[in-house]
Design a protein around this ligand. Structure first.
Ligand code: NAP
Ligand code: ZN
Ligand code: ZN
Length: 347
């Protein structure tokens, strides 16, 4: 077994604390990764606090992992000792069901082994995430990190990057389309950069007036402070595509009304509680409401290659492991610009 140092939540809502555990010795197709950086996603907070239900403890969160391969199993082909590797939100799946065959392993019909708060394919062994010094993963579920990417700014692409890239591609967002991004946090700032790189006309909807200059620097043409009464009413019917990244309950109806005929709003944010929608919000204008869950391995690799080519990276604040709990509080206040990333040498 490989001894690992990390940080864990021992039960729901408890501050994270230093935690030692072990990972399996590499099987023939496994790689051992010395983790260099791991981003803090808002999903880590939802899960460490059991806000969605079903959390498993002790929990080592973290699914935005970049590191260096230190050991390889006998049959590993895709990585060498010393290669860079990334791990995102899942570490295994059945490989043979229709979803796996379509390279949408996040929808595996048998079981998706999520990176933490989940189990391996035996449905028994708990998985533990990237707030840790090392991880072990089957080579088919690791991503290649293109050359010359700044690694701390690349780690959050493994969740925030793919979660925003995937719906932009699915709904074919492109040149001059009017795109709205609701919430300028980890996901939101990547949505702005990516949509702008696809030459869309981007509007940020934010509760934080202080983020206007950043929104424009990131590539948005317009900024709407949603705390200002009446601002949404003036924009009814103007958007073809809206990506909703908000992590807390809010009124969906007022944003659906911003959609043009047959426009779509895709939910990626997961507020802990349900919200009501009036049927007219969708019926008028044949509007559509959709969702999107991360992305499969093939598309995640495509996104990394795209970001390397376009030099699209996350804006990050690098923190030591001892700063995780403080970072959680700052994420909840919407104060991180725009992703906190743990320096894994500090575990
Ligand atoms: P984040 O960094 O905290 O960003 C969320 C942003 O939402 C905040 O910065 C804030 O932006 C806005 N916001 C927060 N509370 C709000 C409220 N009460 N009303 C309106 N706006 C509010 O979080 P994140 O890491 O980007 O994650 C966002 C959500 O996506 C989380 O729920 C997370 O679990 C989910 N997620 C889903 C997937 C998926 O596959 N679907 C993947 C990753 C994450 P402003 O300051 O600009 O208002
Ligand atoms: Zn995430
Ligand atoms: Zn499957």
């Amino acid at each position: 077994m490989i001894p690992v140092k990390g940080y864990a939540a021992l039960s729901a809502g408890k501050p994270l604390e230093p935690f030692q555990f072990s990972r399996r010795d590499p099987e023939p197709h496994d790689i051992v990764i010395e983790i260099l950086y791991c981003g803090i996603c808002h999903s880590d907070i939802h899960q460490a606090r059991n806000e969605w239900g079903g959390s498993m403890f002790p929990m080592v969160p973290g699914h935005e992992i970049v590191g260096r391969v230190t050991q390889i199993g006998k049959k590993v082909r895709r990585f060498k000792k010393g290669s860079l590797a990334g791990v995102g939100c899942f570490v295994d799946s059945c490989r043979v069901c229709p979803a796996c065959k379509r390279q949408e392993q996040q929808f595996c019909k048998v079981h998706t082994a999520f990176t933490y708060s989940s189990t391996e394919m035996d449905l028994k062994t708990p998985t533990q995430g990237g707030y840790s010094s090392h991880t072990v993963v089957h080579e088919d579920y690791a991503l290649k990190i293109p050359k010359n990417m700044p690694l701390e700014r690349t780690a959050p692409l493994l969740c925030a990057g793919i979660t925003t890239y995937s719906p932009l591609r699915q709904w074919k967002v492109g040149k001059n389309q009017k795109v709205g991004v609701i919430g300028l946090g980890g996901l939101g700032h990547m949505a702005v950069k990516l949509a702008a790189s696809m030459r869309a006309d981007v509007t940020v909807f934010s509760t934080s007036l202080s983020k206007e200059a950043d929104a424009r620097r990131l590539g948005a043409q317009h900024f709407v402070n949603t705390k200002h009464e009446g601002t949404l009413a003036a924009l009814k019917g103007k958007f073809q595509f809206i990506l909703n990244t908000v992590s807390a309950p809010h009124d969906l109806g007022s944003y659906l009304e911003l959609l043009d005929v047959k426009g779509v709003m895709v939910l990626v944010g997961v507020p802990p509680k349900a919200t009501d929608i009036h049927a007219f919000s969708l019926i008028m204008g044949n509007r559509r409401l959709a969702g999107s869950l991360i992305g499969g391995i093939r598309q995640t690799q495509e996104m990394l290659n795209y970001c390397a080519k376009k030099k699209v990276y996350c804006d990050v604040e690098v923190i030591p492991a001892s700063g995780i709990n403080e970072a959680y509080e700052r994420v909840l206040k919407g104060n991180v610009h725009y992703r906190a990333v743990i320096d894994a040498s500090t575990f």
